[in-house]
Design a protein around this ligand. Structure first.
Ligand code: UDP
Length: 236
């Protein structure tokens, strides 16, 4: 195997599943992401994924509309379970064995989160999809990604985005935004670069897990990145 990493955690935001839609899930986009994951699985890399829920519901929006924040956050966590089941389905159609584990036990639809069992699944070459975030309100799925990557002993967090790395500004809006190849955790925090939230960055830093930002929309990019090639920004 020529991969640079033995075990990785893929963080996919809910928005990555939107495609051109404004809300919910785009089947073709989920299928495309599943194919990218299969390529990496074929390289023999052990994969787990944390999936967001922003395409369906965000706690902060619920709170802004007058809901109690904790209840709204639980709704957001439930949204991630919908996304996880969708990705599971698409991966199984690609012939990849998977398990979904939720931080909020939901035994009719998926396994509860059990750390040692998740590790065993990966050793057996199953892709483990973590749903339900951290299981706690007032957190994000970015923090869940840093937490699970730490618990799983992952070699890297691969943060899937729409663009091929971290920029000084939004490259879609600002034409001359600077793209970085490499950044330190402290640079991300002090310059307030929009990569992941501060608690996720801090947790990754404490556990010395590099964060690799790449484009999930570029065909073959995920497989290249796990082999240390292609375009990405590495934070370490
Ligand atoms: N959430 C939460 N605790 C967690 C993870 C998520 O309360 O540990 C809720 C929160 O309301 C958040 C929503 O779930 O807005 C969806 O997650 P997130 O915004 O991280 O999704 P993404 O931006 O990755 O799509």
């Amino acid at each position: 195997m020529s991969a640079a990493y033995r075990r990785v955690l893929l963080k996919i935001s809910g928005e990555a599943l939107l495609g051109n839609r404004e809300y919910g899930l785009d089947g073709e986009t989920v299928e495309r992401i599943a194919k990218e994951v299969r390529h990496v699985h074929d390289l023999g890399v052990e994969i787990c994924a944390v999936i967001g829920g922003g395409n369906i519901f965000r706690g902060v929006s619920g709170a802004a509309a007058g809901m109690e924040r904790a209840s709204a956050d639980y709704m957001g966590m439930l949204a991630t379970v919908i996304n996880a089941l969708s990705l599971q389905n698409a991966l199984e159609r690609e012939g990849v064995n998977t398990r979904v584990q939720s931080a909020i036990p939901m035994s009719t639809v998926c396994e509860p989160y059990i750390r040692r069992r998740a590790i065993r699944h990966m050793e057996k070459k199953r892709v483990v999809i973590f749903a339900g975030g951290t299981g706690n309100p007032f957190f994000t799925t970015d923090t869940a990604a840093a937490l699970r990557a730490s618990e799983m002993g992952c070699d890297a967090i691969l943060k899937a985005t729409k663009v091929d790395g971290v920029y000084s500004d939004d490259p879609v809006k600002v034409k001359d935004a600077e793209r970085y190849d490499r950044l330190s955790y402290m640079e991300v925090l002090s310059r307030d670069l929009k990569v992941m939230d501060a608690s996720a960055i801090s947790l990754a830093r404490e556990n010395r897990i590099p964060i690799v930002v790449f484009s999930i929309y570029t065909h073959g990019a995920f497989a290249e990145v796990v082999q240390g090639r292609g375009r990405f920004t590495i934070i370490g």
